[in-house]
Design a binder for this molecule. Structure first.
Ligand code: BDP
Length: 651
């Protein structure tokens, strides 16, 4: 097969990173350093949902002006957590409208008195629209869940001796509109013989529960008034040298010096530089490899940046350390290459939800999920269908799990969702995703949408614009969207680097006819490949399975049916994976909550693990398969370092 020249985005990095983001400022993960402190505001917040008819009583009565308890009863609400599953009040479960959170904080005196300290309030995510007041002053607004936002609140806290007491009020609205991402619609049901006056429902066009609230950490952190605002790193490889291109933006001073040091994992200096941009050369560099591909996967260097600025109050220093993995990503006509070697994605799709915390970030869950990923032998996942918490990506960097980073472009199902306002918003969201996640070596591709109505002409233009914009934001990575359209009808596929296909043969049609899968899947792959000559990932496939349901011969919803369906897919995947199919991602890693409907039994049950993270039979099947693939393709003598793999029959 003729090989198209590999497109090595990384090589273009230093030239093209000039296409700076339109967003103001960076969004570096708040790390402690000799010049930076952090104060987490996780724990119990006061909470109230505004059940008033128009949901606007909180604004009419200005609940933000005084402590929330003074305007009525409040609930204890844990942060981070979704609010939906916490209370016994059923009205909160699928509440639509404004909810109010409040927390009082005492600041260290130095933060309020030292005028060379900058105090920042950072909200990890608030789904879907948030307004923030500090001591009753309107401070910050943000649209879109799943991404962080922050404000410099120094001038609100450095105002006098009483200022160490801080009251943070956050109003969050989970209403989705035709121009939000994901979009949704509010429908008023006006037949008064059936519904009370003013009755409405929120229609969503995606298959997961619209959990909301402060689902990730809220924190305060400090920097000096002259500070490292953003760092962008791209890497490439030349012979046996790794090249680390960096670009640094500084705020708060024009008179400064920057020192840059690259340290290896043993803290030894391997290269250094100075100034806002440059290239560091690392002879004999150790590359960041996905795990199972190398005996030492996920090697991380540290980029230490030191800023010294001359300020009127005297010199100021700021320090920030960024983990850096040196690796390249490229795509040919039939392969996905990491460090020049073909990479096969054998992994999962996930959701962030589990039990009563909904989508609330949770360390035990995170570590458990990573142990399960390694138990499975999964080397990759897609962040279906929204960007996950930053801590998840940090784990992927450290463990060598490869990520397709998807934005919340899900549920773009109706023609009216492809309008100019939505397009502008979608492009802004991609700016926020790239700004937050660009430095993670684990992220190897952006996905701008899941199953948009890509057969529409308007969707073709829309997807072209979002993809082009994303490539301009980050020329170092391929871009895709995930489609369930027909190859002949899809208007967005011409613009992607990798074709990602979702199909549910013998599930959503030809129910029970497992014998058709091989023919239908072969046709799917061959038609797409003939049309586009691009590598293909089977980005979703699976079957709804209630744990403990058994039937032989297999019937739908049983563990046997899920296993048999997977086996049929695997026959064809095995035929094609040595050709142009470069990955398979099961739908889904674990069962997850959805809206109520006659087709969902307490949520979507296509997980190979239950929502409590216990394996169904299919998990063992998948584990055997993934380790078999890993053993065929992995670097000789590679031993995965994981406590859960030590006794594995597959290592
Ligand atoms: C796919 C969607 C995914 C759904 C899945 C399903 O991408 O979000 O949960 O179908 O129906 O079409 O299980």
């Amino acid at each position: 097969m003729a090989r198209r020249t590999a497109v090595a985005w990384a090589a273009l990095g230093p030239l093209l990173w000039g296409c700076a983001l339109a967003l103001q400022g960076g969004m570096l993960y708040p790390r402690e350093s000799p010049s930076r402190e952090r104060k987490e505001l996780d724990g119990l917040w006061s909470f109230r949902a505004d059940f008033s008819h128009n949901r606007r009583r909180g604004f009419e009565e200005q609940w933000y002006r005084r402590p929330l308890r003074e305007s009525g009863p409040t609930l204890d609400m844990p942060v981070p957590s979704s609010f939906n599953d916490i209370s016994q009040d059923w009205r909160l479960w699928d509440f639509v409208g404004w909810v109010w959170y409040e927390r009082e904080v005492i600041l260290p005196e130095r933060w309020t008195q030292d005028l060379s300290t900058r105090v920042v309030l950072r909200i990890g995510s608030a789904h879907a629209y948030a307004i923030v007041w500090v001591n009753g002053v309107d401070t910050l607004e943000h649209e879109g869940g799943y991404l962080p936002f922050e404000a410099d609140i120094s001038n609100l806290v450095q105002v006098g001796p009483l200022s160490s007491q801080l009251r943070i009020t956050i109003a969050i609205n989970n209403t989705l509109t035709p121009t939000t991402l994901p979009p949704g619609t509010i429908q008023y049901l006006t037949d008064t013989s059936k519904y009370p006056k003013g009755y409405f429902v929120q229609n969503i066009y995606f298959d997961f529960f619209n959990y909301a609230g402060l689902q990730r950490s809220v924190l305060l952190y400090t920097t000096p008034t002259a500070y490292i605002d953003d760092i962008t790193v791209t890497t490439s490889v030349e012979h046996d040298s790794g090249l680390v291109n960096y670009q640094i933006s500084v705020k708060g001073s024009n008179l400064f010096e920057l020192e840059v040091r690259l340290l290896d994992a043993e803290n030894k200096l391997v290269a250094n530089g100075a100034g806002t941009q440059g290239q560091l050369k690392v002879p004999g560099a150790r590359l960041w490899w996905p795990y199972l591909m190398h005996k030492r996967p996920a090697y991380l260097y540290s980029l230490e940046v030191r800023l010294t600025a001359q300020m009127s109050l005297g010199p100021v220093s700021d320090f920030y350390t960024l983990p850096v993995g040196i690796r390249t990503v490229a795509v040919t006509e039939s392969q996905f290459l990491i460090n020049g070697k073909p990479f096969y994605f054998h992994g999962v799709n996930k959701h962030e939800d589990a039990d009563i915390r909904g989508k609330g970030f949770d360390w035990p869950l995170l570590v458990k999920d990573f142990n399960l990923l390694r138990w499975l032998g999964a080397n990759a996942f897609r962040t279906s269908h929204y960007p996950y918490a930053e801590e998840v990506l940090q784990m992927c960097d450290r463990y060598g799990i490869v990520v397709i980073d998807e934005c919340p472009g899900v549920g773009l199902a109706l023609p009216q969702f492809f309008n100019n306002v939505s397009l502008q918003n979608h492009m802004r969201v991609m700016e926020e995703v790239v700004r937050r996640d660009k430095n993670h070596p684990a992220v190897v591709m952006w996905s701008v949408a899941n199953e948009p109505a890509s057969h529409l002409e308007s969707a073709g233009y829309y997807l072209k614009m979002v993809i082009t914009h994303t490539k301009a934001l980050d020329p170092s990575r391929p871009v895709t969207f995930v489609t369930n359209s027909n190859y002949a009808a899809d208007k967005g596929a011409p613009y992607v680097d990798v074709i990602c296909l979702n199909s549910y043969y013998s599930w959503y049609h030809d129910y029970g006819h497992l014998e058709l899968i091989q023919q239908q899947l072969t046709t799917q792959f061959e038609s797409w490949y003939k049309t586009y000559q691009k590598p293909i990932i089977q980005s979703e496939y699976g079957a709804e399975t209630i744990v403990g349901f058994h039937q032989d011969p297999p019937l739908m919803f049983t563990e046997e049916y899920q296993k048999s369906l997977l086996e049929q897919y695997h026959v064809v995947l095995d035929q094609k994976r040595r050709k142009y199919v470069v990955g398979e991602l099961i739908w889904n890693f674990a069962d997850f909550m959805t809206e109520q409907s006659p087709t969902r039994v307490l949520g979507n049950k296509k997980g190979v693990f239950t929502r409590q993270r216990q394996p169904k039979s299919a998990a063992f099947l998948l584990r055997e398969r993934y380790w078999k693939i890993a053993n065929e393709t992995r670097y000789p003598y590679s031993i995965a370092k994981s406590q859960c793999l030590e006794n594995s029959p597959f290592t």
